[in-house]
Ligand binder design. Structure first.
Ligand code: PHE
Length: 343
């Protein structure tokens, strides 16, 4: 082997090493400098070189080895930094965006519907005196009508005039409070949305729920105004074509009193083969013309002014919306995110 030959072989190996780019650095090290690597094979050729050239070949080999070593280091370095780099082609991590609880959304929507026709949203205490919850609403102490309300009482001494403190069983406690706030001067157009509490718990009742209460007091207010307001709400909340219906009922604080139904959006109010409503209608709550005694309790002369009131549960009203199909309202308060994230 001549001098040109071994110099060429050394250079060939080096240029081969210099062209490496996609193999892993560890594998390249084995391939070139490993025990059975290419460099080892090359140096074995020294046996075939005439004695007087052995030194020069040895030097050539050393040079080649250190150049290969340099190249490998460079590749190692390069691969380390690309690994640490962010891969911009990966899909990004989505930041979780929260939203209002479905019942808060419903409250917003309900409030806005009434605000559009001049109702004024207010909030009154959710823990209130017996006086506002019952007595001022024409339910004197010991009146049997109170038993219907499944009341939670707060264990404190009763106030001399206002009586015991209770968790509000309905938002009707806002009626006389609103009359007082407005210094007994109609017009009144109130929408009171608040938490309410009753001793009850099953698929359609939770101990804590929400109600919204409408109260309108002015000169010449009659049942047509009530019915018109209910129809307006039905169409606004459930969609065009939804109707309201009032049926005779009894509340101590309204006279006459009604139960309010809305037509079923699934069967369009026909009730034919409808598993959702059976009759074409869904009962939602109570309403009526404000009882003269309630107006009196609020300092308003019932010979001059009349009014209507209505009130019912937000949860129930909301679950009757198209496409919701929620058969257990306790789910709203279960803290189950899988359920809540759907809204
Ligand atoms: N407060 C009654 C209830 O909770 C509903 C109602 C409100 C009835 C206003 C008449 C007038 O059932």
């Amino acid at each position: 082997m001549s001098q040109q030959d071994y110099i060429k072989i050394c250079q060939d190996l080096l240029s081969q090493a210099n062209q490496e780019n996609d193999t892993k650095a560890e594998d390249l090290r084995v391939k070139y400098l490993g025990k059975n690597g290419l460099f080892k094979n090359l140096s074995a050729l020294i046996k075939e070189v005439p004695n007087e050239q052995k030194k020069a070949f040895g030097q050539e080999l050393n040079k080649t080895k250190s150049k290969i070593e340099e190249k490998l280091k460079e590749i190692e370095q390069q691969q380390k930094t690309t690994q640490a780099k962010i891969d911009l082609t990966l899909p990004g991590k989505k930041a979780k965006v929260g939203h209002l609880h479905p019942i808060s959304q419903a409250i917003e929507e309900i409030s806005q519907i009434f605000e559009r026709i001049g109702f004024n949203r207010v909030r009154y205490p959710e823990v209130d005196f017996d006086y506002y919850v019952f007595e001022a609403l024409n339910m004197p102490k010991n009146h049997p009508a109170r038993d219907e309300w499944e009341t939670f009482f707060i264990d404190t001494p009763a106030h001399e005039k206002m009586g015991k403190i209770v968790l509000t069983t309905h938002t009707s406690n806002g009626q006389v409070r609103e009359m007082e706030r407005l210094k007994s001067k109609p017009p009144i157009r109130m929408i009171n949305v608040a938490r309410t509490y009753r001793r009850q718990s099953d698929a359609t009742h939770t101990q804590m729920f929400h109600q919204f209460e409408g109260l309108v007091v002015d000169k010449g207010i009659n049942i047509q105004h009530l019915k018109g307001t209910l129809d307006y709400f039905a169409e606004s909340f459930y969609g065009p074509g939804t109707k309201s219906r009032i049926r005779p009922f009894h509340f101590k604080f309204t006279e006459p009193s009604f139960e309010v139904d809305f037509s079923c959006h699934i069967c369009g109010g026909t009730g034919k083969n409808c598993r959702f409503c059976k009759s074409g209608w869904h009962e939602v709550g109570g309403a009526g013309m404000v009882h003269p005694n309630v107006l009196r309790a609020g300092g308003i002369d019932p010979d001059v002014y009349t009014g209507f009131a209505f009130g019912w549960g937000v949860e129930r009203t909301y679950t009757l919306k198209k496409g919701l199909n929620i058969d257990d309202i306790r789910l709203f308060y279960s803290g189950n995110l899988e359920f809540l994230e759907q809204f």
